[in-house]
Design a protein around this ligand. Structure first.
Ligand code: AMP
Ligand code: MG
Length: 521
């Protein structure tokens, strides 16, 4: 018997929608609606993240029928009351009103190893928040969510996790490119795991409806369960709460910038109140370093959620959250102060983070200038971000600028463009860089290993996920397994997986699923 140590809080401590029908509607004066997952016709488990199973104390159950049935939505675990959350959000800068868990169903919360975990199926059918959509998810996007959640965790980035990936046995109709070409795809369900799935939007919807009673309920709930160290009362309590959210969001986006991750849809309904990376849709990794790059075709005109905009968008989203929390505080000044401090704090931490990436410990204007020049140089010709920063540690104090340049040569996509002004700019940069390296105390070897700790060798490039998807479509899940394994140790050399340490192949440059993705999933 699979034993889950059920300890529900969200659906026990907060008000439920009294309507138990599963029909699309607006839900007022409630934080969620009870709903049962749709029974899949022929569920099949295709991947389980072993470590997540361990964290949840389920490692002995992963092969059981009960596990399959519980985490594909076929059966509801005894004494649980699954539910979908009510939230709103700003989508692409505009208030969208009520959104909610349109295709996520929370199974419940468990306590294991002293930690609280909410378990949530994504793709298990319609909920009262599905609006006109079907509540399902297709295999391709579920593979992307499952692998990336885990990859991000091992990269050291705060994220929701993914326990399992199952086929439902049902087909789902999708217009992948929004071009009128609908096709049936395999349906899948992922079981996501996080201490909480509460988003900025959960607060926003209550504030928008002036439901201040439940706004306070939800804030108190979140503080009581996830910020036990907040001891203050009254408005001070909510100010402290907001400060925590700002800090956590800042740390999260700083990590994204460090590893070149582009979320793609930073709407406020996709911002976790705990600062976890959440909702893996049309995300991507920078290959050529380009601050203006976004993988999301829906955003191809405005580039609102492009790599370089992510820290600023995080702030924009935090401003929306501050507006939502305002009724609990009724004093703009402390909120403004916190928001103002975000920018200063981010700038400081960004320089610190970039200094680590290039292995310099001095803090001064020279280093800052070097970082700025580096960002410019990386854009002179298409330069692979991951490979550049992973090769950089090989440069030694005794190297000449030319030798150093040779060492990072494999990060360039178009070596023929390496002439004239581009080479000159790199020469100037490396001359300065080596000069600063020579002032560092650490020996080359020591610095190299410190740099490796912040510059991953392996990230989940879109073409890699696409190869896993192509194979899985044919019933071959070995690529999923292989990527899962390699991405568990992204900072290690792992020579046996050298083939995944490579620039994006040319066939993937303009391919759907590789260089561009839509929200259709
Ligand atoms: P996303 O852009 O994926 O974060 O989704 C935005 C909103 O649309 C959320 O409220 C989702 O729950 C909802 N949504 C997305 N896809 C579906 C779907 N296939 N069925 C129902 N709701 C969906
Ligand atoms: Mg979402």
């Amino acid at each position: 018997m699979m034993k889950l140590n059920i300890k529900d809080t969200f659906n026990k401590e907060l008000p439920a929608d009294p309507n138990k029908n599963n029909t699309p509607r607006k839900v007022f004066e409630a934080c969620y609606s009870f709903v049962t997952p749709r029974i899949p016709s022929n569920p099949k488990m295709i991947h389980i993240a072993g470590e997540v199973a361990e964290v949840l104390d389920l490692e002995r159950d992963t092969h059981s029928e009960e596990f399959l049935h519980t985490f594909s939505g076929k059966t509801v675990y005894p004494k649980t009351n699954p539910y979908a959350m009510c939230y709103g959000g700003h989508q692409f800068g505009h208030w969208a009103g009520q959104l909610g868990d349109g295709r996520a169903i929370n199974l419940g919360e468990i306590r294991s190893n002293g930690q609280q975990w909410a378990l949530q199926l994504k793709g298990a059918g319609a909920t009262p928040y599905s609006r006109t959509a079907d509540g399902f998810a297709v295999l391709r996007s579920s593979i992307r969510e499952h692998l990336c959640s885990e990859a991000m965790h091992y990269l050291g980035v705060p994220t929701t996790r993914s326990l399992s990936l199952a086929l439902t046995g049902d087909e789902v109709l999708r217009d992948m490119l929004y071009d009128g070409n609908q096709a049936y795809e395999k349906g899948a369900v992922v079981c996501r795991v996080a201490p909480s799935f509460v988003r900025f939007g959960n607060f926003q919807i209550l504030a928008a409806r002036k439901d201040h009673k439940n706004l306070k309920n939800l804030a108190d709930y979140t503080i009581r369960n996830f910020h036990k160290d907040i001891q203050s009362e009254g408005k001070e309590k909510y100010i402290a709460f907001f400060q925590k959210i700002v800090n956590a969001s800042l740390e999260m986006v700083l990590h994204w910038q460090r590893i070149g991750f582009v979320h793609g849809v930073m709407n406020t309904d996709n911002m976790s109140i705990l600062g976890l990376t959440i909702d893996y849709g049309p995300y991507g990794w920078l290959e050529g370093y380009d601050p203006n790059w976004t993988p999301n075709t829906t955003d191809s005109r405005n580039h609102r959620y492009a790599y370089g905009n992510q820290p600023g968008i995080t702030l924009w989203n935090l401003v929306q959250l501050a507006n939502a929390l305002y009724p609990l505080i009724e004093d703009a000044k402390p909120l403004e102060d916190i928001l103002e401090n975000y920018q200063k704090s981010f700038d400081l931490k960004y320089v610190e983070m970039m200094s680590k990436k290039i292995g310099l410990t001095e803090k001064n204007a020279e280093v800052e200038e070097l970082i700025e020049d580096l960002e410019k140089n990386l854009q002179l010709t298409e330069t692979d971000m991951t490979i550049f920063f992973r090769e950089l540690p090989r440069i030694q104090k005794k190297n000449t600028a030319q030798e150093a340049f040779q060492k990072i040569h494999k990060s360039f996509y178009k070596p023929l463009e390496l002439a004239g002004a581009t080479t000159d700019a790199w020469n100037v940069w490396f001359t300065k860089y080596i000069e600063l390296l020579q002032k560092e105390e650490d020996r080359d070897e020591t610095r190299k290993f410190k740099m490796y700790e912040v510059n991953p060798k392996f990230v989940l490039r879109n073409y890699m996920a696409q190869l896993a998807i192509n194979a899985a479509d044919k019933g071959d899940y070995s690529v999923i397994e292989e990527l899962y394994e390699v991405l568990k140790r992204p900072y290690n050399e792992q020579p046996e997986y050298e083939k995944w340490y490579a620039k994006r192949p040319e066939w993937a440059r303009n391919k759907v699923g590789c260089s561009m993705l839509s929200c259709s999933s």
